[in-house]
Design a protein around this ligand. Sequence first.
Ligand SMILES: [Zn+2]
Ligand SMILES: [Zn+2]
Length: 298
Amino acid sequence: MILKPEWANARRLKPWTIGVICVTHLLALAAPFSFTWTGLAMFVVMYWITGALGITLCYHRLLTHRSYKTPKFVEYALTFFACSALQGGPISWVAAHRLHHKESDQEKDPHTPAEGFLWSHILWNFFNIPQFERYEEFRHMARDLDRDPVHRFYEAMFFPIWLGIAVAMFGIGFAFGGWKLGLSLVVWGCFLRTISVWHSTWLVNSATHLWGYRRYLTADNSRNNWWVALVTFGEGWHNNHHADQRSAAHGHKWYEVDMTYWTINVMKWVGLARDVVTPKSKRISKDAADEEASTLVA
Ligand SMILES: [Zn+2]
Ligand SMILES: [Zn+2]
């Protein structure tokens, strides 16, 4: 049974969003007929650039939770990658995700599975969230980004950016291999890749609030789920994340593989990330150690 919250009525439907999601899924159906090895390679590279670097590393861990600091030019480049995932601009994405943390699995959570799996996975995208109907209403949830003209530009331009990527995919393929390669790159590198990153991100909203183990007794129903972690570069350790939202590491044990945290460490190593927030357990033990040290000095 498909459930949905009371506020999700016909008046709140987003016809443009519904149209874009449906048309992109239909276009992705051309994948078996346009397969090339170059197209598959482009799919993998673009999945990583837009899903791992864009959504996970940038929208989630950098812009929403400020789990690490990076120079502005890196932040803006990563935001470009995130816009190319076609999941909305930085201000609306961050505002919706902060609302999810504030109201997790409660009535105002935009995508709780308490309203049904399909609701939390995809259907919530089809409706205007009551608090987010107008820009003026949701921007206060991401005021830090709203103050930045570059992020306001991205907020307005994410769809043309995605369209530009689609055109570029076709153009590159056409230039090097004619129609066949042009179609292969646009279908595999853009349409199929876009719906794949959508569904992997949506699994964090649906599956990791339904299936998996709970390390921490959080007030919500978040779970740690290894197969979601695998396709989302570490986002599946969602119960850990709800328990310690600021930590840059979502995997809290050695077997909880978190590729995004590896990326942050590489960035730190080459001087592109600093003030990386460590898990609370380590923060607490470090504070305790500092306190002990100051006591000893005193
Ligand atoms: Zn959650
Ligand atoms: Zn989060």
